[in-house]
Write a protein that binds this ligand. Structure first.
Ligand SMILES: Nc1ncnc2c1ncn2[C@@H]1O[C@H](COP(=O)(O)OP(=O)(O)OP(=O)(O)O)[C@@H](O)[C@H]1O
Length: 225
């Protein structure tokens, strides 16, 4: 697991709107790369481009080592995992099932998925909330479930040999202590060999990253401290 994620002249357009343009950048396994910039700068669009989830697609080249990625199948096969902005939980499933169901979809047995879901919930301090429906949780608790889901899927992808974790504002609704806890968990994912792209508005969170991609109106500004 030592391949770099390389972006070459990546652009994202929504009709006439140019969200991202001319991005050339490298993210390394073992490191968190913070993706920063003002609201609307293109952070989510860039993460979605790497994950291959844009309906409109992206242009340019995105590769993991020599492997071209950037459409849904190739990015998934390369180990792309999302922690989406806004959590994106299934409201009528329990917290545990919001994690276990995608794990089963990724090939785990039901029993293993349930155990992994419980472990992931415990890691974000929600061990007592596994049986709660998503709709019964607070905003911060929902965000922690989404983080736990991303962490559980990340472990699966790391075991399979390749992970690109795309974490979009995963701490925006958390208090200081919980935010630190989540940052430590993301650092652990990186330490285990994953590539972690972490979009954030929070300077303290960005501070922990080994590298920074700072976007200004869709353009990458380099050489930020
Ligand atoms: N589906 C869409 N259709 C049209 N324009 C879009 C769409 N999604 C995003 N945009 C535009 O693309 C630009 C970049 O948006 P994006 O969500 O990537 O920014 P961001 O940096 O993640 O913002 P935020 O920090 O507010 O989440 C913005 O001008 C936005 O209005």
């Amino acid at each position: 697991m030592s391949e770099d994620l390389v972006l070459e002249d990546v652009a994202v357009r929504y009709g006439d709107v140019v969200a991202v343009e001319g991005v050339r950048a490298v993210a390394r396994p073992g490191e968190i790369t913070a993706v920063t910039g003002h609201s609307g700068a293109g952070k989510t669009s860039l993460l979605w481009a790497v994950g291959g989830l844009l309906e409109s697609g992206s242009s340019g080249r995105i590769r993991l080592g020599e492997r071209q990625i950037g459409d849904e199948a190739s990015s998934r096969d390369a180990g792309a995992v999302f922690i989406p902005q806004g959590s994106a939980l299934a409201e009528v499933l329990t917290a545990r099932d919001n994690i276990a169901v995608p794990l089963v979809g990724a090939g785990m047995s039901g029993g293993d998925a349930g155990a992994a879901a419980d472990g992931a919930l415990a890691s974000v301090g929600l061990h007592e909330h596994g049986g709660h429906l998503a709709e019964e949780l607070s905003g911060g608790q929902r965000q922690r479930v989404a983080v736990a889901r991303g962490l559980a899927l990340s472990s699966l992808r790391l075991a399979a040999g390749s992970l690109v974790l795309l974490a979009d504002e995963p701490t925006s609704e958390l208090d200081h202590d919980t935010r630190e806890q989540v940052v430590v968990l993301l650092q652990d994912v990186a330490r285990r060999g994953g590539i972690v792209l972490l979009a954030t508005h929070d300077p303290e969170v960005a501070e922990v990253a080994a590298a920074r991609w700072h976007l200004d109106d869709g353009h990458l500004q380099t050489a930020l401290p």
